[in-house]
Write a protein that binds this ligand. Structure first.
Ligand code: NZQ
Ligand code: ZN
Length: 389
């Protein structure tokens, strides 16, 4: 292990088929006014909305609704949410949806009582919160981001062509999250597999950094193996409860800060993906899948030892009679085959990226320092270009 750290995660998890009952335990802890935040209406179609309204009424809550949170929530929507939260004198924000709804709820939670422009303060200047924070609780319906148990909040500003995430501290993390794998059965296939790859990318971007002997790397190899196994089952049968519940729990652990402790991390794929998202509004997981193989092939020579370990331990590549480079390459080829089998988007042109956007996307990409190679602007353009069809 390297580095000293403090580990604490305040989010209480209710997991399983009966987990919504957790709301009955949690709601009495907060005041009367609840801001019920959700997306474009999937929760009305699959009945989750009705279940939640029933419990809110049972608990005598005053319900203020904030619907229409879009995938990749925008800064304009954030301003609207702040107005609603202030007008309703909100005591708890209840987010019911995927990462976008949870991220948005956290953004409103820190912004409603902020005297400055929250986009500038939190997302451009990355400042800490120094005003009242409205508590957030989540009912998760889409799996991938880990937003249910972390302080992350990603907001998109289309006018400025920037998509930026702020990782807030413990005081902003959800107070509780309800994880019912049954709720994930209705996710459309495209979203489902995008979520699967989001999880994989979160793990890989913490794995491909550093070469010390680190317990987290062993944990991540285990999470990856379980993820690969369960996603293959879920692709065949999306209603396989065992597989969907494993995936839901892996997603939470992939990004609830635990596996990052005591080690360095990379996050360059996410930075490139977010910049692609700012230009295209594409589905988050697909922005990652489209650049991952080009990125990893590009940095492989700089982190050969770890890529070899990944090939053997995660993809079961037989090392006998092969050079380190051959082993590492075979591991990435197996990963690529798996990604194609899952139906992931493998090139950025499919996401709407045009040649003339490449320079802008590269300029909007934050350069991280924890990976095996610190990228230059031209490196990013090169990686993007090799993801064009
Ligand atoms: O809006 P509705 O109608 O609810 O439909 C949603 C949405 O269209 C649909 N959906 C969700 N649950 C469903 C369902 N449809 C049917 N049945 C269900 N049970 O799925 C669509 C996508 O939802 P979204 O919340 O956008 O997906 P996801 O969970 O992937 O969230 C993506 C956002 O999270 C950010 C991304 O950048 C993106 O903005 N991230 C947040 C992170 C964090 N907080 O740590 C880290 C991640 O890396 C990521 O950047
Ligand atoms: Zn992600």
């Amino acid at each position: 292990m390297i580095g000293n750290f403090i580990y604490s995660n305040p989010t209480k998890i209710y997991f399983g088929k009966e987990s919504l009952n957790g709301l009955r335990e949690e709601l009495p802890k907060y005041g009367k006014n609840i801001l019920l935040v959700y997306g474009g209406g999937s929760i009305k179609k699959n009945g989750i909305y009705d279940e939640i309204i029933t419990i809110l009424n049972e608990c005598n809550k005053e319900i203020f609704e904030d619907a229409g949170v879009m995938p990749n929530p925008t800064v304009e929507k954030l301003y609207e949410g702040c107005r609603r939260a202030k007008e309703g004198n909100i005591d708890l924000i209840l987010a019911v949806g995927g990462g976008s709804v949870c991220d948005y709820a956290k953004a409103v939670s820190v912004s409603a009582h902020c005297m400055e422009d929250p986009w500038e303060k939190y997302y451009l200047r990355m400042e800490d919160v120094d005003n009242k924070i409205i508590p957030v609780g989540c009912v998760l319906t889409m799996v991938g981001t880990g937003s249910e148990m972390n302080g992350g909040s990603v907001i998109t500003n289309h006018k400025q062509k920037r998509k930026i995430g702020h990782v807030f501290g413990e005081n902003v993390m959800p107070k509780f999250s309800i994880l019912n794998p049954l709720y994930t059965f209705t996710i459309p296939k495209y979203q489902m597999v995008a979520g699967f790859f989001d999880i994989m990318s979160h793990i890989l971007e913490q794995y491909f950094s550093g070469n010390d002997d680190n317990t987290s790397d062993y944990i991540m190899e285990g999470l990856l193996k379980s993820l690969i196994h369960s996603t293959k089952v879920a692709i065949e049968n999306p209603k396989d409860y065992e597989a969907r519940s494993n995936i839901m729990w892996i997603a939470t652990w992939a990004l609830n800060t635990f596996i990052a402790k005591g080690k360095t991390t990379d996050w360059e794929v996410h930075m490139i993906g977010q910049s692609i998202g700012a230009y295209t509004d594409a589905t988050h997981g697909m922005t990652l899948s489209a650049v991952s193989i080009p990125y990893y092939r590009f940095i492989m020579p700089y982190g050969l030892e770890k890529f070899k370990r990944y090939a053997i331990n995660v993809w079961n590549v037989n090392p006998n009679g092969k050079t380190d480079e051959q082993i590492a390459k075979e591991g990435l080829s197996r990963m690529e085959e798996y990604m194609i089998e899952m139906g992931l988007v493998m090139n950025i042109s499919e996401l709407g990226v045009k040649e003339e956007m490449l320079e802008g996307i590269a300029s909007g990409t934050f350069i991280m320092k924890g990976g095996y190679k610190i990228l230059t602007h031209d490196d990013i353009v090169k990686i993007l270009r090799s993801s064009m069809k």
